[in-house]
Design a protein around this ligand. Structure first.
Ligand code: NAD
Ligand code: ZN
Length: 379
């Protein structure tokens, strides 16, 4: 089959690889029809992880069930399904509690919790930027889609990651109706966090970035754009909130935070969030801070440990929630919002490309070229 393979830093190629196939009786084989490029793919693409060449990337996947293992009972060939980026077993303590991003059995290393498709450090599972994807524990992980699946395919594919991840960030921040919210990062994840806050009845949502195209998109759905190339973003948030700061905050950038001039400081957005959120406010963090042993050798000290101002955070009595999104915990409800036309996350898509053009999609998205907000690949 054809698949997008990681061959080394900024080297990804569409090539022939052995076909994905049923390996265990609980597996489902899915013929992929839509698969997105994610900001998380860029950590691997840029060579910031210890990913071995040869991995098929792609963790935001949707398709049609092609074949099922003998033990699969809930899905059948022909069903249209969306797959969470995390792979859960469904029966461990964490999966039972809805914490599927921290499944205790799927990752082959018993010290680890959590597994994912096409991801450095998250197990050996190939991704779905390919013609076919093997889905372990298919009964648990496949989300069946309703009869409008084909018409709304580019909405439903956002259920694999960024829509639930943005939503998760607002839940980590314990956002309540009427709260004001500030989101750092207007990439696909930050835009989905802002969108989720709007849907849940925030009184005011602000988003900080410096890319005019991304800020414009946010403004189109009623979010207040804050351009940090035009002045201190904290001051701008305080001006918007009577000097008090936002009730809640979302971190959707991660360790690659930098200023508009390109100077990297992995703690920048965390410290700015503490300053932008009011005393006793809550902060959700979904931007990735790679643990040290997953970074390339030059990055060891820089990315895992950050210069976070614990003193100010403590003094303000704030709370923080972190981690990968437990996609399965949210995607049924978010699917139903899409089905009932109460949410339409495809507004974020800038490009749809055939899988054969994936390399160019990676280049443009990695460069954050003007207008390249979210790329969907169709194998
Ligand atoms: P992205 O790289 O496209 O977007 C990041 C945005 O942050 C960019 O628009 C960039 O200009 C902006 N930015 C950089 N420095 C900034 C600063 N100092 N202040 C404000 N904005 C700044 O990526 P994305 O796809 O939106 O993903 C965002 C993060 O979320 C990544 O770290 C990604 O790995 C992570 N992620 C986490 C989960 C999860 O489950 N927790 C899931 C998906 C993605
Ligand atoms: Zn993703």
């Amino acid at each position: 089959m054809k698949a997008l393979v990681y061959d080394g830093p900024r080297e990804v190629h569409v090539k022939d690889v052995p076909d994905a196939r049923i390996e265990n009786p609980t597996d489902v084989l899915v013929k992929i029809t839509s698969t997105n490029i994610c900001g998380s793919d860029l950590h691997m693409y840029e060579g910031r992880t210890d990913l071995e060449p040869g991995m098929v990337l792609g963790h935001e996947n949707l398709g049609i069930v092609a074949e099922v293992g003998n033990a699969v009972v809930k899905v059948s060939p022909g069903d249209r399904v969306c797959l969470p980026f995390n792979i859960g077993c469904g029966f461990c303590r964490n999966c039972e509690e809805g914490l599927t991003a921290f499944c205790l059995t799927v990752h082959p290393d018993p010290k680890m919790a959590g597994a994912a498709f096409g991801f450095a450090g998250m197990g050996p599972f190939w991704g779905g930027q390919a013609e076919y994807l093997r889905v372990p524990f298919g009964d648990f992980n496949c989300l069946r889609l309703p009869e409008d699946a084909q018409d709304k395919e580019t909405d439903y594919v956002m259920l694999s990651d960024i829509f639930p991840t943005g939503w998760h960030c607002t839940r980590l921040a314990d956002m309540q109706p009427g709260d004001s919210m500030v989101v750092y990062g207007a990439g696909p994840v930050g835009l989905m966090a802002a969108y989720s806050a709007m849907i849940q009845g925030a009184s005011k949502v602000m988003i900080v970035d410096r890319h005019p195209d991304r800020l414009r998109l946010a403004e189109e759905i009623g979010v207040v754009p804050i351009d940090d190339s035009k002045g201190d973003p904290v001051e701008q948030v305080l001006e918007q909130t009577n000097g008090k700061g936002a009730d809640k905050g979302c971190e959707c950038v991660g360790y690659q935070a930098h200023d508009p001039q390109g100077h990297e400081d992995a703690a920048m957005t965390m410290n700015r969030l503490v300053d932008s959120v009011r005393f006793t406010g809550h902060i959700g963090v979904v931007g990735i801070f790679l643990p040290q042993d997953q970074n390339g050798p030059d990055e060891l000290e820089r990315n895992g440990k950050i210069a976070f101002d614990m003193g100010k955070f403590w003094f303000k009595g704030q709370k923080i929630g972190t981690g990968q999104a437990n996609v399965k915990h949210y995607n049924r409800q978010l699917r139903d919002l899409i089905h009932e036309d109460r949410a339409k996350p495809s507004w974020i898509i800038s490009h749809e490309l055939p899988l054969a053009e994936a390399e160019s999609g990676y280049q443009h998205f990695d460069a954050r070229d003007d207008g390249w907000t979210k790329v969907v690949l169709h194998p």
